[in-house]
Design a protein around this ligand. Sequence first.
Ligand SMILES: Nc1ccn([C@@H]2O[C@H](COP(=O)(O)OP(=O)(O)OP(=O)(O)O)[C@@H](O)[C@H]2O)c(=O)n1
Ligand SMILES: C[C@](O)(CO)[C@H](O)COP(=O)(O)O
Length: 406
Amino acid sequence: MPSDPFPSVSAAATAGTPEVTHVPNHQTAALIVAAGKGLRAGGGLAKQWRPLAGRRVIDWTLDAFRKVGIDQIALVLSPQDTEIWQEFAAQDDILLTRGGATRSQSVANGLELLAHHDVDRVLIHDAARPCVSGRVVHDVLSALDTSLAAAPALAVTDALWRGADGYVTGTQDRAGLHAAQTPQGFRLAEIRAAHQQLAANSMEAADDVEVARAAGIDVAIIPGDPDNMKITRPEDFDRAARILGGDMDVRLGNGYDVHRFGPGDEVVLCGVPLAHDRGLQGHSDADVGLHAITDALYGALAEGDIGRHFPPSDPQWKGAASDIFLRHAADLTRSKGYQISNVDCTLVCEFPKITPHAPAMRTVVAEILSIDISRVSIKATTSERLGFTGRGEGIAAIATACVVKP
Ligand SMILES: Nc1ccn([C@@H]2O[C@H](COP(=O)(O)OP(=O)(O)OP(=O)(O)O)[C@@H](O)[C@H]2O)c(=O)n1
Ligand SMILES: C[C@](O)(CO)[C@H](O)COP(=O)(O)O
């Protein structure tokens, strides 16, 4: 952590594989405000850091902009979020700055940051809108070619009432009313000046369109998307998860492996060496647990099994540490666009006793897979002295893996 806990961080822009490629003539930044407390959403942790459909809200939001090939992302964080700051400071395509007490102040800080970079257009977006589509981002960007400012909105279709104390006290004509969404797109110099004017007048605004209009900037309305909801209340998480989960590809795989006992004084199980009166025989280190988990991942990807990727006939794998195999399966999983959601492995043996070593095994497997330890389960059972495991002739392992492509 630098001495100033919240300096602005700059790095080269990179982008993931675009789904909808925008080829801009202008340098465009996405300014994502994530410095709010999310009080209405409850739950302790601010909503942008909470899990949603297998990832955090913020991860969905950032990816939505990366996928359309935005040149630069500026992220505005609360001064309290020091660990989060460190995480994002390590990401090459993200600039960071601290937020203010209100959304407008957070946006203003982000605009000041961008003013020191080669950016002339900005899309200002709520971190709390993780379901924004490539279509909406693209349409706002395109509208900026012909308008000074543009923002998505939905025409109000429900009847509108005024109410007090639980009773309707009046009605409101809905003609011409719109529900505002983000991203709201502007020329950087103009929206920056507009925010400076707002601050100079000690004013507040609900959104940046209001700021722009106060400065005399005309804003074009772009068709919004009902799915581009802002997570505001606790129940909004379920709706957002349903929206994001719609295209989610969830896959399960299983793996099973057996190695027989032979001479030796140690076995390696799930990456942890355990003293034992015999060893396990195999071409590699015979880590039956890692082999089962590896096969479960290959199975989830329909990529055959460990023998296909690491043939036993190949002398280079003789005595190999089995983390090589599992790392390969994990890399293959990610290269195909999947995230490892969780793995569960059961070792079947009478001896050695596994339970005391299960925490160490979980730690090793979590490290190899680069996932949180809470997503790794290692457990054991005997086979009641029945069969080859019961007679102490060998150890079996069975594993399940779940991978998810958002
Ligand atoms: N001081 C603030 C307040 C809000 N925001 C961001 O502005 C977006 C929209 O604001 P809102 O939904 O009102 O978020 P919160 O202020 O966090 O919510 P609440 O009012 O329930 O506390 C969110 O992404 C939020 O993180 C911000 O960056 N800085
Ligand atoms: C900017 C905004 O998302 C537009 O709808 C909204 O105004 C911000 O949220 P808040 O609930 O008004 O703070």
